[in-house]
Design a protein around this ligand. Structure first.
Ligand code: HEC
Ligand code: HEC
Length: 447
């Protein structure tokens, strides 16, 4: 298909989606397809852990201790748990925590549930693993104002700590920056939100939800359009969206160097959020009612608005109440305690079998095919036949590629001059992964 044809197809598709949303608002809602949604929201039976930092009881115990340890901060008064408080879903109950300089931090303290499944960290996704994330608050002058070398020296002068590090890292028992980061990350991966009434419903108990809550769920997956971004059992697509909050914070845009991603923030999980008000990256919305009113009436229109955000959501007062009633079913009745799930090492490189292909589709936020083999010197065409703006990026030997904003209909062409393995991702939708293997060509293999 031509580039123009694709752009047109994108517009027609967008039109159809809009028509179905508007049509849906006027008609009676379609009955809830319970069987389908029970599959979509089913909980996993294990926690993924990276192969280079497997979870052990000793490591998790050390991480839990460090999480509470004020020796990680410059003034000896602040621990991770000062801001990430267990009884508040590992958040702090304020819109923005007051930093060491007496001024509020730039963003709200996010709850820490279910980050073992996270693909990027912080509201703007600037950290790519929990291990790399952990050092940031310690050395941030406004958060913990610590000096890592001083903290490590202090910890290693404590015999109990030395023993805990040795038990956690038998092959390399040092009180080091690496081990500190690994222990904190391993502990945080155990923060799995417990089952709530919604999960009882998912498991097949029709009576677990009240009629109003179930009506709210129908709106959530139906005309409210919430499930476009809050999907899966954690209720997040791990992607970045501008949902039209008035905040001047540019979010993901500056991290990627792509202005089309300005005002976009990582979709938060909705688990155990009753305990972590206020909401949004700036803590600007105090209650679930305010959140629902935002989506229905208060979206700031601007060019960067997410294509996954419904253009118009008409919600009556009753329907708004039902949505809020549903959101409440994703939280425990008492301050939640982490569920215990067995850990399993993630297997790298599973997925599609690599095929020879020169053109890749991006429909529905998926690279297709998902794995390709090329010869050295060959180029790959990636065409945006999706309805969303993408940002194609490549990591691998000798290549660093950034497409900038790739609008629907745009094709991006990337040449691969060096043999090796490359991962192509979308900076706005990090769950999109394309594996590229570039094979060496022998001189006789020239065409
Ligand atoms: C002074 C308050 C404060 C302290 C202390 C603090 N944090 Fe945070 N934490 C924040 C804020 C604010 C953010 C969001 C910053 C952003 O997104 O730009 C955050 C973000 C995070 C995230 C990212 C979560 C996500 O959903 O992406 C993790 C993980 C985290 N902190 C862990 C820690 C650990 C581990 C420590 C201790 C070493 C710690 N924090 C100490 C306030 C704090
Ligand atoms: C286009 C994607 C998208 C859609 C559609 C969407 N959300 Fe969100 N949601 C987000 C993002 C992104 C944030 C965080 C925004 C920020 O802080 O700037 C968010 C934040 C929230 C929060 C606050 C969570 C917290 O801990 O701060 C709630 C609650 C929420 N959404 C509920 C809903 C409901 C209910 C709907 C449907 C009416 C909905 N969302 C539709 C992407 C979306």
């Amino acid at each position: 298909m031509t580039r123009e044809g694709l752009a047109k197809a994108g517009r027609v598709l967008a039109g159809l989606v809009l028509a179905s949303l508007v049509g849906g608002a006027a008609d009676k809602p379609a009955p809830l397809d319970a069987e389908h949604w029970r599959k979509v929201f089913a909980r996993p039976d294990h926690t993924p852990t990276p192969p280079n930092n497997p979870a052990t009881t000793e490591k998790v115990a050390l991480g839990a201790k460090l999480f509470d340890d004020t020796r990680l901060s410059g003034d000896g008064m602040t621990a991770c748990s000062t801001c990430h408080q267990a009884d508040l879903s590992f958040s702090d109950g304020v819109d923005r925590h007051v930093g060491h300089d007496g001024q509020p931090l730039d963003r709200r303290t996010p709850p820490l549930w279910n980050l073992a499944w996270g693909l990027s960290f912080f509201w703007d996704g600037r950290a790519s693993s929990l291990e790399t994330q952990a050092m940031v608050p310690i050395e941030n002058v406004r958060e913990m104002a610590g000096d890592l070398q001083t903290s490590l020296r202090e910890l290693s002068s404590d015999p109990q700590m030395r023993r805990a590090f040795a038990a956690a890292f038998p092959d390399d028992p040092a009180v080091s920056r690496d081990n500190l980061a690994k222990a904190l990350a391993a502990f945080q991966r155990t923060l799995v939100s417990p089952e709530t009434r919604f999960d009882q419903w998912v498991k097949g108990d029709d009576k677990a939800l009240e009629p109003d809550e179930l009506a709210g769920f129908s709106l959530f997956v139906g005309k409210g359009g919430c499930v476009a971004c809050h999907q899966g059992w954690r209720f997040t697509d791990e992607a970045f969206h501008d949902i039209g909050l008035p905040s001047p914070d540019k979010g993901r845009g500056p991290v990627l160097g792509v202005s089309a991603a300005n005002h976009a923030f990582k979709t938060p999980s909705l688990r155990e959020r009753v305990w972590s008000a206020p909401y949004m990256h700036d803590g600007s919305l105090a209650t679930f009612e305010d959140v629902v009113d935002h989506y229905a009436d208060r979206i700031v229109k601007r060019p960067t608005l997410s294509a996954d955000l419904p253009q118009r959501i008409e919600l009556s007062a009753t329907e708004r109440g039902q949505l809020v009633a549903f959101l409440n079913t994703l939280s425990s009745n008492d301050p939640p305690r982490p569920a215990s799930l067995p850990a399993k090492a993630m297997v790298a490189g599973v997925g599609a079998e690599a095929v020879a292909a020169s053109t890749i589709s991006q429909k529905d936020r998926r690279f297709s095919p998902g794995a390709v083999v090329l010869k050295t010197g060959e180029a790959l065409r990636i065409l945006n036949d999706d309805t969303r703006v993408h940002n194609v990026r490549v990591d691998g030997p000798g290549t660093s590629f950034n497409s900038d904003a790739q609008n629907p209909g745009d094709t991006v062409t990337i040449g691969f001059d060096q043999p090796g393995h490359y991962d192509v991702i979308c900076g706005i939708h990090p769950q999109m992964r394309l594996s590229v293997d570039v094979a060496q060509v022998s001189s006789s293999g020239k065409k």
